[in-house]
Design a protein around this ligand. Sequence first.
Ligand code: CDP
Ligand code: CDP
Length: 214
Amino acid sequence: MKRVISIDGPAASGKSSAAKRLAKQLGWGFVNSGEFYRSVTWAMLKSKVDVDIPAAVVEAAGQLSLDGEIVDGLSRVLVDGDVVPVDELSTAEVNDAVSKVARVFEVRDKVVGRLRALADAEPVVMEGRDIGSVVFPETRYKFYVDASEEVRQQRRAAQGLTDQISQRDKADSQRKSSPLKVPDGAVVIDSSEMNLEEVVAAIVERLAEAGFEA
Ligand code: CDP
Ligand code: CDP
């Protein structure tokens, strides 16, 4: 059986940092599903696909060769057989376009297939928007890490990144295909006044209460 801990939540809530730390602590793989949507977006922007036109995104998605792998405990994405450079995935251009690409069912279908396959190979902590609700609804261990919009905006700004997170959250929550929401059965952690260690400790505590064993 696949072994998965899902961590969903809005932009800059700290889910990726928490998931990465937890995975390392458990000796499990860490999968950043947002990097898959960002990589698809990056590839489409490079090929000058008009991401405002869903039909253009559908067509480009059909032609895209997308793969994922976990190396030394960390996921990475390959497009056309080459590893996508992570530093090109959090630019203002990708931030502005990613929700338009991620709302398209054909893109999600392709990414979800790759994400599910990653969990065949090893146990994973996977973070995103729909991991507990759609990708692995059967997992017993689901978390939703949140924080106030003000705190999340501060966190992203402190990273030195240009990112209209409220627009992205709105688009991600309102789309038809796998919208961002608290998955059924997920433990919600409001991290507005917690540092990373406290968030990870809270997750570990809830896992122990649920009888989790790594
Ligand atoms: O790090 P941050 O939370 O800002 O974003 P991310 O996790 O890298 O995700 C980037 C975008 O990909 C999100 O705004 C969503 O549009 C999309 N995404 C998604 O639709 N489903 C996921 N499981 C993960 C990301
Ligand atoms: O993956 P997501 O977009 O949800 O957030 P992240 O990239 O893990 O975290 C965004 C920034 O907030 C990082 O610089 C984290 O170190 C920081 N952070 C924080 O200051 N306090 C927390 N409790 C969690 C994250």
